[in-house]
Design a protein. Sequence first.
Length: 187
Amino acid sequence: MSADNPGKLIVITGPSGVGKGTIVRLLLQRHPQLQLSISATTRQPRPGEIEAVDYYFMSKENFETAIAKRDFLEWAEYAGNYYGTPRTKVVEQIEKGNYIILEIELVGARAIANIFPDARRIFILPPSIEELEQRIRSRGKNSEESTAQRLEIAREEIAASDEFDLKIVNDDLETAIAQLEAAIFNS
Ligand code: 5GP
């Protein structure tokens, strides 16, 4: 990213259960010029998740090989699984001058800040910690995912939210999206 290249990297971070996925999905529907980076993960697909749409689902072994080959722009371990941003597509999109969104956790967001200091980093907060806990618990009941681990990580992530350029509270969905649109297009 430079003065003669208007491509923008937008990092969206926030605790599990905060509703990042819904916000990002609506944002992409409304602004087809925005690209979403599809991450790789070693976690099991949730019901309804589609390969190469939601994630590239990989074995731990293949993921570790990709780390060694430096295929990821950043990667992190989260609740016992690996997650990573494939490098090539993001770099290509930025070079073309396009907008690209990364929806990633805190460790990855910090790594991106080092690699691309111009990236706009946005943190999505829940209206209250109680509501977030309830949402993480109800998701955990339906899956193998570790509720306790996700809750603990959520608290740590929220404590670090001041590191971000902007914090948006996902209380009213439309208000949150409008704030995100302003952050992406008006700055
Ligand atoms: P989930 O299992 O709920 O889909 O994702 C767990 C966490 O991993 C979320 O906070 C999500 O934003 C994050 N995540 C997804 N993809 C990536 C990635 O490529 N890199 C990093 N660092 N985090 C990711």
